[in-house]
Design a binder for this molecule. Structure first.
Ligand SMILES: [Zn+2]
Length: 343
């Protein structure tokens, strides 16, 4: 977490500053039409007059929070409750790889008190947005803080990517235990920004962390018979998940936008045959023609491992969507792996 400022201000009072006597400093703008200005080229320069006036008691609305990727939005909503309004910076149907700065994102960022990010290079677009938004009072919660990272394997492909995940793989939310750490970091950050609601943030975080714990326990039990087995996904989303449950993840391409080389196709075909996989695991929004062709050639099905990089708007409002999706991923994976005895 990085506090760019610990001052608190509300976006509705952007144009006001506190007077020393506790009153607000209201700015009035008038347009003088003096002859001198007219002669100077017809420009009317604004002249600011200031006056201190009694201000109404501060309205204590919910804390304005903005978030980045879908899992971060879900985790933040799980902790926020009624204490904060959570606004995703990018539409939930766009993956974190597709992001372009939109005026709405800049406006939301300028008005927020807190920004919650995944970190580890997932939000490479943020630097420019933050510069444009010029919100010096923004508190940034980097949920990757304290989460042990894994480097992105270089065995998969050496294409020249339009963009890539960098050297550190950012998909930490797909390991329920790392997700627990992310939720705890969000809890602490929100409580710092908004101490009035500390008890609520703590209570909700505890409840969600407990659900993540149960999810982890269930996935561990379900996948235990498959320890050491290989599964195949479309892009490089599963290293944290695979490490947690002692599986071996093979990917077709590093990022979805890349077309696989013949060597990539061969590598996956070998893995599928060696481990007698029943299905390749694709992603809901990222269908890949070559992945489907490959599955057909190998006589296996296409199933889904949803990395939660996208979601419908409705789903992105419901924190339990993370839990449901991860359980579905576990079930699909078990089906793709087939009989437990195969190694
Ligand atoms: Zn990704």
């Amino acid at each position: 977490m990085r506090a760019t400022s610990n001052l608190t201000t509300d976006f509705t009072t952007n144009l006001t500053t506190k007077c020393e006597n506790g009153y607000h400093f209201e700015v009035y703008v008038v347009l003088p039409l003096s002859r001198w200005l007219m002669r100077a080229g017809g420009l009317a320069l604004p002249l600011a007059l200031a006056a201190c006036a009694p201000s109404p008691p501060l309205a204590r609305g919910p804390l304005p929070v903005v978030t980045t990727a879908v899992p971060i939005t879900l985790f933040t909503r799980a902790v926020a409750g009624d204490c904060a309004t959570v606004t995703p910076l990018i539409p939930s149907n766009l993956g974190p790889h597709d992001v372009q700065a939109r005026p709405a994102a800049v406006a939301a960022l300028a008005q927020a008190k807190v920004l919650v990010t995944n970190g580890l290079g997932l939000e490479s677009y943020l630097g420019r947005l933050l510069e444009t938004a010029e919100n010096r009072r923004l508190l940034v919660i980097d949920t990757s803080r304290g989460v042990p990272p894994l480097t992105t394997g270089d065995q998969n492909s050496d294409h020249d990517h339009r963009h890539d995940h960098g050297t550190v793989n950012p998909h930490i939310w797909l390991d329920p235990l790392r997700a627990m750490q992310q939720v705890a970091t969000i809890r602490d950050g929100l409580a710092t920004a908004d101490p009035r609601c500390r008890a609520g943030y703590e209570q909700r975080a505890t409840a969600f962390i407990q659900q993540l714990q149960e999810l982890h326990r269930d996935l561990g039990r379900q996948l235990q018979p498959y320890v050491g087995r290989t599964f195949v996904t479309l892009h490089d989303v599963t290293p944290y998940f695979a490490e947690r449950y002692k599986l071996r993840g093979v990917v077709l391409v590093d990022v979805p936008e890349v077309n696989p080389s013949p060597a990539d196709l061969q590598r996956v075909a070998t893995a599928v045959k060696a481990s007698q996989l029943q299905a390749l695991l694709s992603e809901p929004q990222e269908g890949h023609r070559s992945f489907e062709t490959l599955a057909a050639d190998l006589g296996v099905k296409i199933s889904v491992f949803d990395p939660l990089e996208t979601a419908s708007e409705e789903a992105a409002r419901d924190p339990t969507y993370y839990l449901q999706t991860m359980r579905r991923n576990g079930a699909n994976l078990v089906q793709a792996l087939g009989a437990p005895s195969l190694r």
